[in-house]
Ligand binder design. Sequence first.
Ligand code: SF4
Length: 364
Amino acid sequence: MLDTSNRTEEIMKSVAIIGGGVAGMEAAARLSKCGHAVTIIERNEQLGGRLNQWHALFPARKPALPLLMSLKQGISDGVNVIINAHITGIEKNEDGFAIMLNKNRVVTANTLLLTTGFDIFEAERKEEYGYGIYDNVITSVDLEQVFRSGKPIQTAGGKTPKRIGFVHCVGSRDEKAGNLHCSKVCCVTAVKQAIEVKEMLPSSEVFLYYMDLRMFGRHFEELYKEAQFKHSIQFIRARLSEAFENPDGSLQIRIEDTLLAKPLKMSLDMLVLMVGIQPPKKAGNILDMLKLERDTDGFVLQEDQYVSPFKTKIPGLYCAGGVTGPKTIEETLTEARAVAAEISEYLGRRRINYAGQEQYVMEL
Ligand code: SF4
């Protein structure tokens, strides 16, 4: 008789990931490689999240598209993807989670990972800056779309702008806006975008109005020096009070120069608002369904910031990426890889041999 005691049958453990952006896709690829059955649940019709809106990434100004393609390639084999998904309920049971979706679909999984990302501050809320009122006031996201389109930078009237201003901390570090936190990535984004504008329009004058410059990351300082010394971009420590439109469509701004302690008026052709990162509102109901605690800024509260940054108070429920606070793409990718390793460790990899013995194997 054939001895089958050494043959094994693998029992896949499953992971559901809510959110198919950078963190969700990277974690899915890693978990799938570890032998788990992975389902990404995405509310939009395409994966990629905010990366879809971006043209070039700081600090090296590498194009965003190859990273997006590489993340998609990583999940192309073996990861189940559900798009246009609306979550109507989540239940925790003994085996894990049951996630109820529109069209009467249910996804069951042993573990659940939340990578629902963040929202961008709605610039219209700072009425005094004129976004949505004056055509030549745009956001950093709008400007990135112009870069992506490959079209020239033009004012709403079709002219080449000669004086362009960037305002930092729009909707961040702002008590009135309800966001006390620093969004972390907008200082370096402003410097990157200012350089890109100068490269496209070398004869233009570019001004950055900042509270503090938070150029904390590797090679950010070089970018700052390049902006100052190579492109003569002007850094003005100031707070913007308000913007007005002139009859010809150009703009007047009132600023408080916080170094000189003087109010100033300046004229510009275009104003770019560096909109901040805030907790995700649309994903808020998912967090409520799971009764997840938020921190003082409204992001998901981690079990322990140092010891277990991806765990929540619910066993088997993890979170990573922008849902716990502003992150760079590098940090988000690192978190995705780390949370995948942690989930894999939590699940183990269960094999059952023909003698009926269970074996737990962890392969990363
Ligand atoms: S990163 Fe810079 S622009 Fe963004 S909120 Fe912080 S200080 Fe303001």
